[in-house]
Design a protein around this ligand. Structure first.
Ligand SMILES: [Zn+2]
Length: 487
């Protein structure tokens, strides 16, 4: 089973779709105005030190101040590893101080970016650690002889004057000494340039940004399963070829420039897929459907049968729906990039064998997803709990915002509820003020109700407070918005 990669480039955004088994499996969108910050190096300025929380806020030029915790300070780490007593943050940082920081986590929801001073710069095969003189091997390489072999090679390739260290990425397996040395040279040169800028510039300043999305496709997303990589921009295609030639020569032949009439994403129905990946409901072929709810704390996926299931094959229908749901869930998690705690509510199954089969199907369907996950079995309540590492914002967070009408609740107070709120409010204000007249300014639906079904209540209230109450439709007002104007 191979997966093709499609890259759609416009001046305002780059979109990457990974397509396999005839369906979109994964989406990455990078808008020029909101490129992710993870890995970016900044010259930051400390704006506040919080001794109580052993942390600090640092201005790196983003909308919200970024957060730096003592555990992510280089000094603290080296003290801890040497077993020394730990210096408190207020002795290490002061307000107004300039320091080089790296974004470890993008701003998410209401939280600012999370920073570290343990700088690392990722290359194709190595991650360079300018302040940490040691050679580490990626945990994903689990063969001991391979680990030892890579360590020895790196020791031999590292120049004697090198004060930093490296982590060897999985891509280094099978790479030649020349390739590894080229990567190390590139990273060392880059670091020298960053330092030179940091010495002379003022904070806040962006010192170094991670690769563009198109370059990251080549560095991070290409796997042995990758088939064709098609990109619809001639310039980006040329850039990618140049980059691939230098860093990933084996990938070059898979790159293609798409110059067809029809938009590249149309050919594979990617835009429709994006629209579906933003909706709450996902229909299954069997007639069942999923309801996906994403909250700040967790994501729930509820599996439903499509209406009435009767007849003799009741258990069988449920089993089949759950099997199909397991596939769909795995794809939706990856497509929507849902992270954190995820609770799956399959339709109840009596048969333990069926439950195990659904779990196995889910596990298998999750395999192509490169994100780190844990999957637990059914809980006593018949739910499946799992976690998926939160890396970047989910698709919905990236493309949507809470509905301004309902503030993200998903429902709005009915016109009648609003009518009664208004009546109570007039009663309250009549005790405080003495206007000639009250004017209710509200949405069409609320005003209609006052004119029809609620006209009697309105008249009674007018009598009671002894004032004229007039009505006015405000065209731009949503259902929950109103004003009571004292005339
Ligand atoms: Zn809403």
């Amino acid at each position: 089973m191979t997966e093709d990669i499609l890259i759609n480039v416009t001046p305002f955004e780059t979109r990457v779709a990974i397509v396999g088994q005839g369906a979109v499996q994964e989406l990455h969108i990078e808008r020029s105005v909101q490129r992710g910050h993870v890995g970016s190096l900044y010259l930051g300025k400390v704006v506040r030190v919080l001794p109580g929380m052993q942390s600090a806020f640092v201005d790196i030029g983003l909308e919200r101040a970024a957060f730096l915790h003592i555990a992510d300070l280089r000094e603290n780490r080296s003290e801890r590893t040497q077993g020394n007593s730990v210096t408190p943050i207020e002795k290490l940082l002061f307000e107004g101080q300039t320091l080089m920081v790296q974004v470890a986590k993008d701003p998410l929801g209401a939280k600012g970016a999370r920073l570290t001073t343990q700088i690392s710069i990722a290359g194709r095969m190595l991650v360079y650690l300018p302040f940490e003189p040691h050679i580490g091997i990626s945990q994903k390489i689990d063969d001991d002889t391979e680990r030892t072999r890579l360590r020895e090679r790196l020791e031999a390739l590292t120049p004697d004057d090198e004060k930093g260290g490296v982590i060897v990425r999985t891509q280094a397996e099978g790479a030649s000494d020349e390739e590894i040395r080229a990567d190390l040279d590139y990273l060392r040169t880059l670091w020298r340039m960053i330092q030179a800028t940091a010495r002379t510039a003022g904070a806040p300043l962006l010192l170094h940004q991670d690769l563009t999305l198109a370059q990251r496709v080549l560095r991070d997303m290409v796997t042995p399963l990758t088939g064709k990589i098609q990109v619809d921009s001639r310039t980006v295609f040329a850039d990618m070829v140049a980059w691939a030639r230098q860093y990933t020569p084996a990938v070059e032949t898979r790159l293609g420039h798409y110059s067809g009439e029809r938009p590249l994403f149309d050919m594979y129905g990617v835009d429709e897929e994006i629209a579906r990946a933003l909706s709450r409901r996902v229909d299954l072929k069997s007639g069942g459907y999923l309801i996906v709810d994403q909250t700040e704390a967790l994501t729930t996926v509820d599996v439903n049968t499509g209406g009435y299931i009767g007849g003799r094959n009741f258990d069988d229908t449920i089993f089949k729906t759950n099997l199909e749901a397991a596939q769909a869930i795995a794809r939706q998690l990856r497509l929507r990039n849902l992270g954190g705690i995820i609770i799956l509510d399959f339709i109840d199954m009596e048969d333990e064998g069926h439950r195990q089969a659904v779990l196995a199907a889910l596990e298998k369907a999750l395999q192509p997803d490169r994100t780190r996950m844990t999957l637990n079995g059914f809980t006593q309540l018949g739910l499946v709990e799992m976690t998926r590492k939160r890396t970047r914002d989910s698709l919905a967070h990236q493309l949507c915002e809470p509905c301004p009408t309902c503030q993200g609740r998903g429902n709005v107070r009915t016109p009648r509820t609003i009518c009664y709120e208004i009546l109570r409010e007039i009663l309250r204000e009549a005790r405080q003020f003495n206007p000639r007249e009250f004017r209710i300014v509200a949405s069409q639906d609320v005003i209609d109700l006052f004119l029809e079904e609620e006209s009697q209540h309105l008249a009674m209230l007018g009598d009671f407070v002894g004032k004229r109450i007039t009505l006015e439709v405000a065209a731009g007002y949503v259902q929950e918005t109103y004003d009571i104007v004292l005339m």
